[in-house]
Design a protein around this ligand. Structure first.
Ligand code: TYD
Length: 131
């Protein structure tokens, strides 16, 4: 699995810390879209699907949650809970997000604009696609 945690620049300052991301510099794709997930009720799961082409980078801007990645053979769980690192998710992995804390804020940077045709929402279809 090529998914990995990427540490971001952290400018420490007693006035408060600052972190930034430049597409193609800190993460391996050009950012086309950003969306965020928030106000997740306790126990809810988001994002049970795969993308055919889209790559993503997920940061816990606030609170914590787990990202579960599945390449059809093995599953890996990444716990995100700080805003100075994130998870790079290449295309072709089944991913879900769970265990959201109260007030968790998940920011997702994506390599493409929203395109429903790029989603695989059926797990059996994902396995059969051989991704
Ligand atoms: P979806 O990606 O399925 O959310 P999750 O990953 O949490 O399961 O998106 C939920 C709905 O929001 C779906 O109807 C499509 C819509 N949507 C957009 O219109 N634009 C977007 O950029 C995103 C991410 C979702």
């Amino acid at each position: 699995m090529d998914a990995r945690i990427i540490d971001l620049p952290k400018i420490l300052d007693r006035r408060g810390n600052l972190t930034f991301i430049e597409g193609e510099n800190h993460i391996p794709f050009k950012i086309k879209r950003s969306y965020w997930i928030y106000d997740v009720p306790g126990g809810e799961t988001r994002g049970g699907h795969a993308f055919k082409q889209q790559q993503e980078f997920i940061v816990a801007l606030s609170g914590s949650f787990d990202v579960v990645l599945d390449d059809g053979i093995e599953k890996q769980v990444f716990s995100l809970n700080r805003s100075f690192y994130g998870l790079y998710v290449p295309a072709g992995l089944w991913r879900s997000m769970e265990n959201f804390s109260t007030n968790a804020l998940a920011m997702v940077l994506a390599s493409s604009e929203y395109d429903e045709q790029d989603y695989i929402r059926n797990y059996d279809e994902f396995i059969q696609s051989g991704k």
